[in-house]
Write a protein that binds this ligand. Structure first.
Ligand SMILES: Nc1nc2c(ncn2[C@@H]2O[C@H](COP(=O)(O)OP(=O)(O)OP(=O)(O)O)[C@@H](O)[C@H]2O)c(=O)[nH]1
Length: 482
């Protein structure tokens, strides 16, 4: 039986291993396939789309100031004021103040080509000089092919803060170049734009100039101080980023690969960089993977539990079938042989007496013939019941075959066994009933003591002899060994 229990455990273990391996394989495979698909989507679709969206938002956010600068450049008041010799600077000062308030812009200015004066809402800021490097933006604008230009520079009127300037040429009615007017936009506007992107897309977004220096970033400390040529990881691809127009790259970051999408923004002369670390992109897939594994583990556990209970039940049934007589529910012959060995070993070890009873239903053939096999079967069941009722805790009753039974009485001397046999005879005679039969059901019993070294065959042969003596003496009686 131990063998079958072990094989049951083996079955459960094998089943468990198959389920665990199956769940792991399926989940690992699906994690791999979906990770590959997500990576592909990220590189081909998501990052380029983010960068395009940002680019169009930048263009859109520059459109309004460009439009205002154009309105200013074509304003007849401004043109007239400049052509009439820039009289009364307060007039233009008030004009610029009005522009600033009406359009809610950071700064508005006018620079004259004639006087080289730089007017802004507070008055005359300075006079630009062709020799000053800082004023080159103004002098280069004259030959600029288009009407306006977006420049990024420090703002002398605002504590040298980095500012986006929209510079627009002013020309009189004859197309004569008069100077430049325009607006200054805070670069912080760009930072808040980036912050909103970061929140929306959960990606790192920043701008660098053509030299790789960070120009706009949610972490302000990095602006103007960090260069991608020196930054761990991204420096490996910095050259490609700064020399190309647009593209996708990958570099090794601290926590694994990082996907990069870069795009040159001509309006700002900056490069937009959108980064997405692989581990954060795949985080939701990993969560799903662990959740699936947990579900798999739960299912495996339930299946194993159900299987273990079923196997155990099946084993018990097999054990019962293998050791029990179906009709009487008593031990069968094979099992009795095993139990006999255990009982005799115990008796010898403990030096305790052991007795054996062998009993047979008298004229059982007659009961079968007269009242049918079913009635005979009921008699066998009732004999089993009375024997079980007489049995003490350690005694063993078995159906030896046909209408023959054996009973092994542990720790029981022959006299006590004889008394128990007498009781059995009486119980059968007095309590067993066969419908439509007025003859009592009786037993003949042989009682023998176990002698050290007796084999079961020897003991049974001895008991059988006494049993037949009881039959010969008229049945319904007990014959015990002398
Ligand atoms: N109903 C029923 N009969 C059985 C079963 N097993 C054996 N028998 C019958 O039991 C009878 C046993 O008869 P014997 O032991 O030869 O003789 P007996 O009629 O009991 O007579 P004595 O033993 O000499 O008293 C046979 O007719 C068997 O067919 C069983 O499981 N059910």
């Amino acid at each position: 039986m131990r063998l079958s229990i072990n094989s049951g455990n083996r079955l459960i273990l094998t089943l468990g291993a198959i389920l665990v391996a199956g769940f792991l394989a399926v989940n690992l495979y699906s994690l791999r396939v979906s990770s590959d698909a997500l990576r592909e989507l990220l590189v081909r679709n998501t990052l380029p789309l983010t960068s395009n969206n940002i680019y169009s938002d930048i263009q859109e956010s520059l459109l309004r100031p460009i439009y205002i600068a154009s309105l200013m450049a074509h304003d007849t008041f401004l043109i007239d004021w400049m052509t009439s010799g820039e009289q009364d600077p307060e007039q233009v000062q008030r004009y610029l103040q009005a522009i600033q308030q009406r359009y809610d812009v950071f700064s508005a200015f006018v620079v004259s080509d004639l006087s080289h004066r730089y007017y802004h809402f507070d008055g005359i800021l300075k006079t630009v000089t062709p020799t000053s490097l800082k004023d080159q933006w103004f002098f280069s604008m004259r030959s600029h092919p288009s009407a306006y230009r977006v420049d990024i520079d420090t703002n002398e009127a605002a504590k040298h803060r980095l500012t986006i300037f929209i510079n627009h040429k002013i020309q009189d009615q004859d197309g004569r170049y008069l100077g430049i007017t325009g607006l200054g936009l805070e670069v912080a506007t760009m930072s808040s734009l980036i912050a909103s992107y970061k929140e929306r897309y959960d990606r790192d977004i920043f701008f660098v100039n053509r030299l790789g220096l960070v120009q706009s970033h949610v972490e302000e400390a990095l602006i103007g101080t960090v260069n991608i040529y020196q930054r761990e990881g991204i420096r490996a691809v910095a050259e490609q980023i700064l020399s190309g127009e647009e593209g996708s790259l990958r570099y090794s970051g601290e926590q694994g690969p990082v996907f990069v999408r870069y795009r040159y923004i001509p309006e700002l002369d900056w490069v937009l960089i959108v980064e997405q670390p692989e581990h954060s992109a795949l985080a939701s897939l990993r969560t799903a993977f662990y959740r699936n594994l947990a579900v798999g583990a739960g299912i495996t556990l339930i299946v194993l539990l159900i299987s273990a209970v079923s196997v155990r039940r099946f084993q018990r049934r097999l054990e019962r079938l293998a050791t029990t007589d179906k009709l009487s529910g008593l031990h069968n012959r094979q099992n009795f042989e095993t139990l006999y060995k255990q009982a005799t070993a115990h008796a010898e070890r403990q030096q305790r007496p052991l007795s054996l009873l062998m009993f047979d239903i008298d004229r059982f053939k007659h009961i079968n013939d007269q009242h049918g096999h079913l009635a005979g079967d009921r008699v066998i069941e009732q004999i089993a019941s009375i024997a079980q009722a007489r049995r003490r805790g350690t005694d063993v009753v078995a159906r030896w075959g046909g209408d023959e039974f054996v009973m092994l009485l542990s720790d029981c001397p022959i006299t006590e066994a004889e008394r128990l046999a007498e009781g059995l005879c009486r119980d059968a005679r007095e309590s067993i009933e066969v419908p439509n039969c007025n003859r009592p059901v009786t037993l003949s019993i042989g009682v023998v003591p176990y002698q050290q070294g007796d084999s079961l065959d020897e003991l049974l042969a001895h008991a059988d002899t006494l049993l037949y003596q009881a039959k010969a003496a008229g049945r319904d009686q007990v014959v015990a060994a002398a």
